[in-house]
Design a protein around this ligand. Structure first.
Ligand code: GDP
Length: 302
């Protein structure tokens, strides 16, 4: 089930619970929870997370009602709406206390990791534009020496976006290219240096080894894993594997404009306890939004 439909299904479940005057409260809650659980599972959210959400919701809804028997219908409706909203927010919010912020007049290196096709190169440029518009001096480094055409792609994007770039057509050592690129931009007092790395179609030991080596040389201020929102259940395992090698501190979720199920991404957040910081909402350089759990869930529920 795609994400937009998930929102609709949850909304319908809540609304029909709100309009149900026939069953007792506990039965109404259980019927609603069943629909929400089915919708989340069909959207590829991990079963353990769904079960935890169900139990939390059930106990919160029943406890708060039993403590206050004289609630009006309007209060009950508000309680159900708010409790469901808060629990869904908790699913995508890992409450990181110190989100990364690049510092002006300092070198901030941001390294991107992810599988091929996830939207890494596109997102590197989008983020470069994002920070450039906020007054940072930004440079892009192409450390993807694995895929033929990777440097050309980054170069074309960078030229279109008016972002300085560094890469090599001849060097095959990504660690060397990455460190040369950083050295060049550092010397020229660039403030945000974004390093695009290579991907593979599948998770491979060689890729993870490469990420460890690049990371050691680049010493990133932040590592971002790019995750295609439509990959479903595979997201959990993939993000765990990248976490071990690249120890990313944030997730950028791409293709949220498409028919993404999105549930896999929600599971990836929980599996790695890492926040989603941006979402990609299209193929153009400005199609990048800051992620906020509350506005994400508000939009989801329409
Ligand atoms: P990479 O192999 O990970 O570097 O992936 P690319 O940056 O080359 O992106 C793969 C494809 O996904 C390209 O066709 C991009 O235009 C497309 N893409 C990337 N991000 C988004 C997004 O947020 N929405 C949509 N619809 N397409 C995207």
């Amino acid at each position: 089930m795609v994400l937009a439909d998930l929102g609709k299904r949850i909304n319908t479940a809540v609304n029909s619970a709100l309009s149900n005057t026939q069953d007792d409260y506990a039965t109404t809650v259980d019927v609603m929870l069943k629909t929400i659980v089915t919708a989340l599972l069909e959207s590829d959210v991990n079963i353990k997370l769904v079960s935890k959400l169900r139990n939390n919701l059930r106990s919160k809804l029943l406890d708060s009602k039993s403590g206050n028997k004289s609630t009006t219908n309007a209060q009950t409706k508000k309680l159900i709406q708010k409790t469901v909203f808060d629990e869904l927010c908790d699913l995508v919010d890992c409450k990181s206390e110190h989100p990364f912020q690049p510092k002006k007049k300092k070198t901030n290196v941001i390294m991107f990791v992810g599988l091929q096709g996830s939207g890494k190169t596109t997102s590197c440029t989008k983020l470069a534009v994002y920070y450039s518009r906020r007054g940072f001096k930004v440079g892009l480094v192409c450390a993807d020496t694995f895929r033929a055409g990777a440097f050309d792609q980054l170069k074309q994007n960078a030229i279109k976006a008016h972002i300085p770039f560094y890469g090599s057509y001849v060097d095959t050592d990504p660690v060397k290219v990455a460190s040369e690129g950083i050295a060049k931009f550092k010397k020229e007092k660039f403030e945000v240096i974004i390093v695009d790395t290579s991907g593979r179609h599948h998770q491979e030991e060689a890729l993870f080894q490469e990420m460890v080596e690049i990371s050691a040389v680049v010493n990133p201020s932040q590592t971002i894993m790019v995750l295609d929102a439509s990959i479903g259940q595979a997201a959990e395992q993939q993000s765990k594997a990248f976490k071990e090698s690249a120890d990313f501190g944030a997730i950028l979720l791409t293709k949220m404009d498409g028919h993404a199920k999105g549930g896999g991404a929600i599971s990836a957040v929980a599996a790695t306890n890492t926040p989603i910081i941006f979402i990609g909402t299209g193929e153009h350089i400005h199609d990048l939004e800051k992620f906020s759990p509350k506005s994400f869930i508000s939009k989801l529920l329409g």
